[in-house]
Design a protein around this ligand. Structure first.
Ligand code: HPA
Length: 274
């Protein structure tokens, strides 16, 4: 058995002794979007620091907790705080929680993030459903010996993003009167925000938004056949588009602005797919 698979089992076994997440909807909360965790009913909180093989997070605005509970009777397992490649974690660590959720038996995974808008019709506060992705991170969580327990050596990415659940997300958004846009998310390594020339390149190659997370998690989820969808909260127009300098504070303020719609949307998606 591969060492990485063993690590996932050890993390999952620890969690299984506390909660039963079988059939739950997994949610990864992005930068500044952590408030959704406060709406989980009957929460059981597990600190990452207590889970074997989980590192602790280092980014301001990112907690390090798993929160298990329900949203209108639907079981959810929510990650408040994720592991980023730019923190110096290996790709295997970045995707460890996704794989652990798979072992725990979750039904589907909703990945969320804060992202810079490349599509010029986006504004701070736009919500974007991730239709597809570009891995520009210079690494990949599937590099190395394949973990056969999770999936094949050469997994398909045509259907990396689950089409049925994406359709549900669009329907739910429309019911709520939320303008959920569609687009391609391009993952950069970070931690600096991109240069204007890099954003120009992103635009030319077909990206709608850029960010520093989510791509490895989508790839790992597809590899282990875990249905996944992604929602980006556009917190700013990407570098060079408006000419303004970017700051982490601005990103957090914009996430704050859209959080009510974001929470409504994710809760409604959970209730439909749960
Ligand atoms: N670039 C990369 N990541 C981001 C951005 C951005 O402009 N905004 C929020 N996360």
């Amino acid at each position: 058995m591969s060492e990485i698979y063993n690590q996932c089992l050890a993390s999952a076994n620890y969690i299984k002794n506390i909660i039963d997440a079988e059939g739950a909807i997994g949610i990864v909360l992005g930068s500044g979007l952590g408030e959704l965790a406060n709406e989980i009913e009957n929460p059981t909180i597990i600190n990452y620091a207590d889970i074997p093989n989980f590192p602790t997070t280092t980014v301001a605005g990112h907690d390090g907790k798993l929160i298990f509970g329900t949203i209108n009777q639907t079981k959810v397992l929510c990650m408040k705080g994720r592991f980023h490649y730019y923190e110096g974690h290996t790709m295997n660590t970045v995707v460890l929680p996704v794989r652990v959720m798979k072992v725990l038996g979750i039904k589907a995974l909703i990945l969320t993030n804060a992202a810079g808008g490349v599509n010029r019709t986006f504004k701070p506060g736009t919500l974007m459903l991730i239709d597809d992705f570009i891995n520009f991170m210079g690494d990949n969580p599937l590099v190395g010996q394949n973990i056969d327990e999770f999936g094949p050596r050469f997994p398909d990415m045509t259907y990396a993003i689950n089409k049925d659940y994406s359709m549900v997300a669009k329907e739910v958004a429309s019911d709520l009167g939320i303008d959920l846009r569609n687009g391609v998310y391009m993952g950069f390594k970070g931690p600096n925000y991109e240069s204007p020339a890099e954003i120009h390149m992103a635009e030319v190659v077909g990206a709608s938004a850029v960010g520093m997370s989510t791509v490895p998690e989508i790839i790992a989820a597809r590899h282990c056949d875990l249905p996944v969808i992604g929602i980006s909260c556009i917190t700013n127009l990407a570098a060079g588009i408006t000419g303004e300098a970017l700051s982490h504070e601005e990103v957090q303020e914009a996430a704050d602005m859209v959080k009510e719609d974001f929470k409504k949307l994710v809760k409604a998606i959970v209730n439909r797919i749960g």
